[in-house]
Design a protein around this ligand. Sequence first.
Ligand SMILES: [Mg+2]
Length: 273
Amino acid sequence: MKKNTHQRLRQVQHLVLDMDGTIYLDGILFETTRPFLRSLEELGLGHTFLTNNNSRSRADYARHLQRLGWEVKPTSVFTSAHGTLEYLAAHLPGIRRIFVLGMPGLVEDFEQGGLIVTDQQPEAVIVGFDRHLTYDRLCQTAYWIEQGIPYLATHPDAVCPTQQPTVLPDCGAICALLEVATGRRPDAVPGKPSPEMLAGVMRQNDLQADQLAMVGDRIYTDVKMALLAGALGVLTLTGEATAQDAAESMMPPDLIVEDLADLAGQLTAAKRE
Ligand SMILES: [Mg+2]
């Protein structure tokens, strides 16, 4: 490990953990996840779970993680819904009424964030991940996009990862269809790799970027966002990216770990020095 990385690891107060490929796969927690989270508690470090997938609300994710065996408060979960709320507060603070193409969980998080979700006279249109997509809903979304009001996509992912013999078109693919229909691309996409996603975590926990480590299994989203935000970018080799991908990347991670047990060991060593 580079000396600089070691020093930066010592400064870390809070870890932001990607979910799919980082803490679990196919809905099963990795064996290393619970011991890792316990070691964070022992070291007095905070953590937040973060995902682009907004098909569940943060309250749903908290219940899901509890079922998998880890107690978590809903406010410890950030989805691209929360990145979008941060973006709106920072760049379009006057907007209250929004049209949403997305699942009930996304609507729930926007309403919790103080917005009014409506099909009547919206001030902005927001496209998320919608597994109940209908033609009628697509038509209405395209109509509001064509009216020229602010248009956001929650995250850029083309597909949602799955091990099943199917393809799950995600927000990016839905926006591509809408672009063909309307000629418009989203004005902004606040989900990973946008650093906007980490702004809410920093604000809620009163942290500076150099006190934050982002841990994930994808270089072009998790690591890229960490580097853009000035946080420590940690790649875990338990999901998509390989050590070779990292070596060949234009955006090399600050730290590469085999799994969360490896990271727990390195954090403990740096903190107890
Ligand atoms: Mg992942």
